[in-house]
Design a protein around this ligand. Structure first.
Ligand code: ADP
Ligand code: MG
Length: 240
């Protein structure tokens, strides 16, 4: 489980996260929505220790992410993260790209890494693209390869940061279907997204970030049909 307590984060004079309290249970799907600059990406990068924090704490399975003695490499293996875009190694095939981290980071044998890569690429619907080069994939296929690459590390948590935002609208659906599949399999997920229909269908809870504050959080029906905060109403009205 991920427990965030009074998390504060600034970049110089700019306070980006102003005391976030949030717990994500095992198996839960949390989606985060909110305007540009509200601190969503910063939250995700703090959770896997990519950014130092200025106050509060984050616990992942009881381990304090930003404590001095914490083995961040070990912690990050539990937490897969997928961004808007991932630049695959262009000179490696799809399967070679997915095999890389299990080989280098987990020390898997070639055969083990290959088996895992085939399994995860099949999982995301790319079984017929193993031997092609990334440049031959569509944007949606590239994002599914990025998801397979993260899954090949056997993470306990997956963080998705606007993974469909850079895609041609025609290709958004196939990536969302992959996220739906993972959710249905019980993966613990935090998804930052602008896809409201997806958020409503897939989430256990939806959170709304506004100017560094988690202004509202609740189950999707309540969140979308009866938001309590005026900021949430304004945001939802603007996105419909
Ligand atoms: P969101 O993902 O909600 O759009 P971000 O978390 O990316 O928001 O950014 C929140 C604020 O922090 C923005 O004002 C952004 O410009 C600023 N910011 C993000 N990363 C950095 C950084 N590395 N250095 C300085 N400012 C940053
Ligand atoms: Mg962002």
């Amino acid at each position: 489980m991920i427990e965030i307590q009074n998390l504060r984060k600034s970049f110089g004079p700019l306070e980006v996260l102003k005391g976030i309290d949030l717990t994500v249970a095992k198996g839960e799907v949390l989606t985060i929505i909110g305007g540009s600059g509200s601190g969503k990406s910063t939250l995700l990068t703090c959770i896997n220790g990519l950014e130092p924090i200025d106050g509060g704490q984050i616990l992942v399975d009881g381990t304090e992410v930003h404590a001095k003695g914490t083995d961040l490499d070990r912690l990050r293996r539990k937490i897969g993260i997928v961004f808007q875009q991932w630049n695959a190694f262009p000179h490696l095939t799809v399967i070679e790209n997915v095999m890389l981290a299990p080989r280098k980071v987990l020390g898997r044998t070639k055969a083990e890494a290959e088996e895992m890569a085939v399994r995860q690429l099949t999982h995301v619907g790319l079984a017929d693209k193993l031997k092609v080069y990334p440049s031959r994939l569509s944007g949606g296929q590239q994002q599914r390869m990025a998801i397979a690459r993260a899954l090949a590390m056997s993470p306990d948590y997956m963080l998705f940061d606007e993974v469909t935002s850079a895609l041609d609208p025609m290709l958004v659906g196939e990536v969302l279907d992959t996220l739906r599949l993972l959710a249905s399999e019980g993966m613990t997920m935090i998804c930052v997204t602008h896809e409201m229909k997806f958020a409503r269908e897939v989430s256990d809870r939806v959170a709304f970030f506004h100017q560094g504050v988690m202004a509202e959080i609740g189950p999707p029906d309540t969140f979308f049909d009866a938001p309590r905060q005026p900021e949430t109403r304004t945001f939802l009205a603007a996105t419909h």
